[in-house]
Write a protein that binds this ligand. Sequence first.
Ligand code: ADP
Ligand code: MG
Ligand code: MG
Length: 254
Amino acid sequence: MLEIKNLHVKLEEEDKQILKGVNLTVEAGKVHAIMGPNGSGKSTLSYVLSGRDGYEVTEGEAELDGMDLLEAEPEERAAAGLFLAFQYPVEIPGVGNMTFLRTALNAQRKARGEEEISAGDFLKLVREKAKSLKIDADMLKRAVNVGFSGGEKKRNEILQMALLEPKMCILDETDSGLDVDAMRLVAEGVNALRDEKRSFLVITHYQRLLDHIKPDVVHIMADGRIIETGGPELALEVEKNGYAELLAKHGISE
Ligand code: ADP
Ligand code: MG
Ligand code: MG
């Protein structure tokens, strides 16, 4: 599904190398987690994959289902089935949530050369998805994220994810972290959307999210590289012992 080979990335603005040879393969239907100390390049990896400005790929490749991701425009990546959650937890006063979600879906359809969904069909679809995720339809009537609690913003992201039906979902928990309730919501959403074709890359600083989303594979990222790969036990080991030992083993200073 997702294949990253020897990916090197620097900042466009300054001569700072952030990713220093990332290798990662996520198979269809699998959930991979990336953990790692703050500043190791986890968010950068998700931004580069989604096509955010400000980064320059100096070496390596990334493919989604055989498509060259790095050459594609962000809309093309989304059309190909890539979804980065929690990228835009922005508030958009004056824009109704329904309009926002429909615009996102139609942008994806347009990039795929498909017809726009009609207002009526969209209403049916969004209600159905909201119901299956146990999301209160009232949230659809409000302006995007305005006055939403942290948990409601997460719910909205999950709903957006469900509507777009991505093949490859990247979730970056970010360093702000989630409270226990928001974490449970995210986990429930992810678990509801898990299937044999859809893959997830769950980026998290803490192990606790992985108590709720059981990963198939866990990677540890440090200093712009993936330094260890294992099963769920690797996350537990890190939780117990911290990163110091692993970093020392790979000659990385903290
Ligand atoms: P993580 O998500 O693992 O905490 P990041 O990808 O956010 O790591 O950051 C990796 C490193 O790159 C950090 O040292 C961070 O300060 C630096 N970095 C990332 N983006 C920028 C930026 N736009 N400008 C300056 N430094 C950046
Ligand atoms: Mg950080
Ligand atoms: Mg981060």
